[in-house]
Design a protein around this ligand. Sequence first.
Ligand code: FMN
Length: 316
Amino acid sequence: MGLRFPNPLGLAAGLDKNAEYVRPLSDLGFGWLELGTVTPQPQAGNPKKRLFRIPSHAALINRMGFNNIGVEAFVNNLKYPGKAGIVGVNIGRNKDTPNACAIDDYLQVLRAVAAYSDYVVINVSSPNTPGLRDLQERDALDELLLLLKHEQVALAKSYHVQVPIAIKVAPDLDDEQIAAVARIALERKLDAIIATNTTLTRPSMEGVLAAQEDGGLSGRPLKQLATATISKLYRHLQGKVTIIGVGGIESVDDAWEKLIAGADLLQIYTALVYQGPGVVGRIVRGLARRVKASGCTTLAEAVAKARNELRVTSSQ
Ligand SMILES: Cc1cc2nc3c(=O)[nH]c(=O)nc-3n(C[C@H](O)[C@H](O)[C@H](O)COP(=O)(O)O)c2cc1C
């Protein structure tokens, strides 16, 4: 993505939807923050209750529905007191905007945030905006990215920097859909893919009453699904497009698993809710210890070495 991250662990989108807590969240030790999802117009989101804890499974179900203050107020928040470290902005369309006009929403928000963000994420995977996930389908995604990449070039002329563009995908895509996303990402020279958003499925949640709530499931039950999506994407992309791995990371072992599966960077949300801010340092320090133990100097080297060792063992 052309960026240098102080450490690989970022805050996932959806916690600071309005860019209100940039400084304090940076102080928790994250390598970077992803803010939003922000839409062109302010919107209230779904009626409450819309967020449910399932502590027995270290999971959350949410159907927030992109509650946010709209891009104009969001950008004001981001301007003052100014950025602290790397900040990505996750952008979406308003609920009332039909998919046929979604591009106008994305372009409007992209233009508004480009000067204040280090990368921008096109959110086509939230389960709580009806129809949004259809934008992951091959033709819709291809057209969307074509126009957004055009805009990226146009914006680079004004700002003299090319803001990297990522897409965030769902963990509920089948193999064919994943292959199509990867092919489009390569063809359109996408800068990164974030895998994954929350799931509409309910893995290992039999008999759990709260699991019947509508919305996206995050945390421990999402982990395997997200890791599998990362592995499949990596097999197609072979390191040519940055992968940001997210979904059910609670520990340094979980973080390592995502890196071995193909992630270059990581994000968390639900673990922060259950474990509190200490989880950030535990994971970051744990990764640093693994790099040291492997005799490497960078995380990328240590991960590449571990992936190679795994390949040798599994071919024996
Ligand atoms: C309450 C809540 C709100 C979220 N809102 C957003 C959002 O606005 N945009 C987005 O891209 N992802 C959103 N997410 C998804 C997270 O960014 C992340 O992809 C997902 O929770 C999986 O990571 P985790 O298991 O570490 O929580 C939200 C998640 C939660 C729990």
